[in-house]
Design a protein around this ligand. Structure first.
Ligand code: NAD
Length: 287
């Protein structure tokens, strides 16, 4: 029997727990934790993500402040807004939704965010803290991926984990977190040789590639735990768009001991950990 790792359900449980903690925080500090979200331009997917973040923030009793800038805004304008939000004592968490328009250097903007308010965990200070095992703010999607792996097996120590993908926002931080869980970690990428053979040695396989249905049965060791981070929009035969992961679910699931669905796996966990990071940032700032 293959266990389905239900991110939607786990995220709902997390939000219920967070709502209680937010109430306690507000009672103690006289205000709820506050998240500022900056959205630049008209990217439709970004608008959907930001709306979802703002809605869920409010649902658990936190305050959210949305700032929208025109697609033509300059890097200097965006940096000035980041500076103002960094300096605002009523703001605990700050994120700038990616992608940014081409005239803006994303790294310059992310590096300008106060690391203490960096709820996406992308600032080099927080990436460095994760790498050396110091407490900091950790990226949300990797936290969600590892939480789902631990739902399959509470103690991951000693497992061989293969992470496909080496991006700074998913692959590398997932690998760091799995190292902290005492896995033996291999990071695979587009230049890895015999990728299916390597993946067949994985007890825990994490796919963060961005290619629909890339991981097929030949990648999967019998009994492996599979975490699919991929979110890919594809056209069905009926002409409708649907979301699929990086894993060919129908082919891989029968071999796995546990697997995440797409949608409903890692996706919902990302926002749950954003809320958790915001409460954490607020608690660390206000004591
Ligand atoms: P990215 O493009 O920055 O990185 C993709 C990685 O995959 C690269 O490191 C690359 O080396 C590797 N790769 C590409 N082609 C490969 C191949 N043929 N063989 C082996 N490795 C290959 O992407 P990302 O930002 O890390 O995102 C990865 C996926 O995760 C995307 O589908 C994205 O939509 C999804 N994602 C989901 C969430 C979520 O909330 N669930 C959040 C962020 C990203």
């Amino acid at each position: 029997m293959t266990a389905l790792l239900d991110g939607k359900a786990l995220a709902a449980t997390m939000r219920a727990e967070l709502a209680g903690k937010v109430t306690a925080f507000a009672a103690r500090h006289g205000r709820a934790p506050a998240l500022a979200v900056v959205l630049v331009g008209d990217d439709p997917a970004s608008h959907v993500y930001v709306a979802s973040k703002v809605k869920q923030t409010a649902e658990i009793g936190m305050r959210s402040v949305e700032h929208r800038l025109d697609a033509s805004c300059t890097e200097a304008e965006l940096l000035a807004l980041v500076d103002a939000l960094n300096a605002d004592p009523a703001i605990d968490g700050l994120l700038v939704q990616l992608p940014l328009p081409p005239q803006i250097n994303a790294a310059s903007v992310l590096n300008r965010i106060d690391p203490a308010k960096d709820v996406d965990g992308f600032h080099p200070v927080n990436a460095g803290k994760l790498a050396i095992g110091e407490a900091g703010l950790v990226p949300c999607t990797p936290l969600g991926a590892v939480a789902l792996a631990k739902l399959a097996r509470a103690d991951l120590a000693g497992l061989h984990a293969v992470v496909i993908g080496r991006s700074n926002i998913v692959g590398k931080p997932v690998a760091q977190l799995l190292l902290q869980e005492n896995c033996t970690v291999t990071i695979a990428h587009s230049r890895t040789m015999d990728l299916p053979g390597l993946c067949r040695s994985a007890d825990l396989l994490v796919a963060a590639i961005g290619r629909p249905n890339f991981v097929t049965a030949e990648f999967v060791k019998r009994g492996a735990i599979i975490i699919d981070v991929g979110i890919n929009r594809v056209m069905s035969a009926d002409g409708k768009a649907r979301l699929v992961g990086d894993v060919d679910f129908a082919a891989a699931a029968p071999l796995a001991s546990a697997i995440t669905p797409v949608p409903g796996g890692v996706g919902p966990m990302t926002i749950a950990f954003l809320l958790s990071n915001t409460l954490r940032a607020a608690s660390l700032r206000l004591g």
